[in-house]
Design a protein around this ligand. Structure first.
Ligand code: ADP
Ligand code: ADP
Ligand code: ZN
Length: 214
């Protein structure tokens, strides 16, 4: 099963993608996580990506497409995957379609997690990410057991630089301009599904499993 998560930054794509990955035993592939791991390890790719990410801009398509094509070669992708944060532009979606049709496959579901812009800044300013394992929390909606400590690995939780309100506004406008057109793109392909992302995380997940099936 090949699933794409769509939605504004902070809509809950990552939260839901992790639950989908567990339930359906497929890998959760987050291009944002891959970039952040590269930044942490100070790779050339990480240095390039950081200049865009810090400004709330998208990393250029060719960098992202190369990276994701390499990731698909890993053996864990053989039964599908849930993509979180890719594709984010029409050229990226076309690159994905071309790569899949070359091997006789296609995207099965594109799930749009719908959250209005008004809710996004609160979501993002309360998001905390683990420096160790990348797990995400929310100070009000999904707090860790001990303040600023990851439940899973015990490392520190931090506010991402790009989750500060000034960058969030930029990322939202980039989303509307460059990523939202993908909704229509996948509607035309007949794979677009919408869920209400403003309800409790468990209820969002229930709506998603109703779409994906057992
Ligand atoms: P969020 O979880 O808030 O939606 P991500 O972790 O997915 O954010 O992405 C963080 C940043 O990484 C983006 O703002 C962008 O700069 C970069 N990025 C991630 N995925 C892509 C992509 N597919 N294309 C271009 N840039 C990307
Ligand atoms: P995205 O990957 O789309 O950027 P995340 O999954 O990281 O979004 O979620 C953004 C923030 O909102 C996180 O702090 C997360 O804990 C919180 N969050 C996710 N889903 C919900 C929900 N249904 N209700 C309230 N908060 C949520
Ligand atoms: Zn952790």
């Amino acid at each position: 099963m090949k699933i794409i998560m769509l939605g504004a930054p902070g809509a809950g794509k990552g939260t839901q993608a992790k639950m989908i990955a567990d339930q359906y035993s497929i890998p959760h592939i987050s291009t944002g996580d891959i970039f952040r791991a590269n930044i942490k390890n100070n790779t050339e790719l990480g240095q390039k990506a950081k200049t865009y990410m810090d400004k709330g801009l998208l990393v250029p398509d060719e960098l992202v497409v190369d990276l994701i094509m390499d990731r698909f070669k890993e053996t864990d992708c053989k039964d599908g995957y849930v993509l979180d944060g890719f594709p984010r532009t029409i050229p990226q979606a076309e690159a994905l379609d071309n790569a899949l049709s070359a091997i006789g496959e296609k995207v099965d579901f594109a799930i749009n997690v719908e959250v209005p812009d008004e809710n996004i800044v609160t979501r993002m300013s309360g998001r905390r990410a683990c420096v160790g394992c990348g797990a995400t929390y929310h100070i009000a909606y999904n707090p860790p057991k001990a303040e600023n400590i990851c439940d899973r690995c015990g490392k520190d939780l931090v506010l991402r630089d790009d989750d500060k309100p000034e960058t969030v506004q930029k990322r939202l406008s980039v989303y509307h301009e460059q990523t939202q057109p993908l909704i229509q793109y996948y509607e035309k392909k007949g794979v677009m599904k919408e869920v209400d992302g403003t309800v409790d995380m468990k209820d969002v997940f229930a709506a998603i499993t109703a779409i994906l099936g057992e």
